[in-house]
Ligand binder design. Sequence first.
Ligand SMILES: NC(=O)c1ccc[n+]([C@@H]2O[C@H](COP(=O)([O-])OP(=O)(O)OC[C@H]3O[C@@H](n4cnc5c(N)ncnc54)[C@H](OP(=O)(O)O)[C@@H]3O)[C@@H](O)[C@H]2O)c1
Length: 254
Amino acid sequence: MSVNRRLAVITGASSGIGEVYARRLAAMGLDLLITARREEKLRRLKMELEDECGISVKVVVADLSRNEDISKLVDIINNINNIYYLVNNAGYTILGNFHDVEIQRYREMMKVHMDAPTEFTHTVLPQMMKRDEGVIINVASVAGLTTKSRFSLYGSTKTYIVHFSKFIRKMLNETNIIVQALCPGFTYSGFHKTEEFLIHNADTYNTIPKFLWLRAEDVVDSSLKKLSRKRVVHVPSLRYRVILRLVNLGILKF
Ligand SMILES: NC(=O)c1ccc[n+]([C@@H]2O[C@H](COP(=O)([O-])OP(=O)(O)OC[C@H]3O[C@@H](n4cnc5c(N)ncnc54)[C@H](OP(=O)(O)O)[C@@H]3O)[C@@H](O)[C@H]2O)c1
């Protein structure tokens, strides 16, 4: 890995939105540290991006629902001093009634959506503050922006990361560090194809109207275009900004 080149850490880079961030940041000439559980997908992406973009990619296999894997990644990040981008993107949802789902499964989701981004942000901030430069992108969801959402605990964890992002940005007010809480709506990716959706026979691609679907490429391009010191929360697509307003006014159900 080059000493001088800037580096981006991206969690959940094995598919969907995280994979697109990896492609876009590699094309911008950044070295990458990509992480997720599926090693084969990460290794394939590494080979492709190193070949196409002439950058270096480090692969770290980690399950962010496990404390030991979060700590392993914290140790690795602590030993890299050229981190300019941190993209906390790994995530998934749990379907079903809140009280019917084993609490351990929620504990795991809270680790992936809350503990891991909090710890990684805590780890990279000192070097970003020292340089007075850096970008932290926390991938939340529109479900984190409304208390009217049906996506109970998923939405609650995403609300945490939105608030956390706002708090961090406020703390960094005197600095040039950019913090974004990205809040997409339904996006084509691996998210709606996990085992969870198969078990629950949840065919969102066919039940959610087509006009509500976003492309992961558009979501990431919008995120990178709208990085700003002033605005933390970014909802990619006008459609969802309007929908959110209507949901929060109680005019529309989400
Ligand atoms: N797609 C949507 O409709 C939508 C809408 C709003 C927000 N989001 C958010 O967008 C983010 C990215 O999701 P996506 O839509 O791109 O879905 P995706 O294609 O399923 O990607 C999710 C990524 O998270 C990783 N991940 C999941 N559980 C993990 C764990 N325990 N440890 C480490 N990595 C884990 C997955 O990798 P491995 O399986 O290889 O571990 C994968 O790389 C998530 O935070 C999601 O909540 C998605």
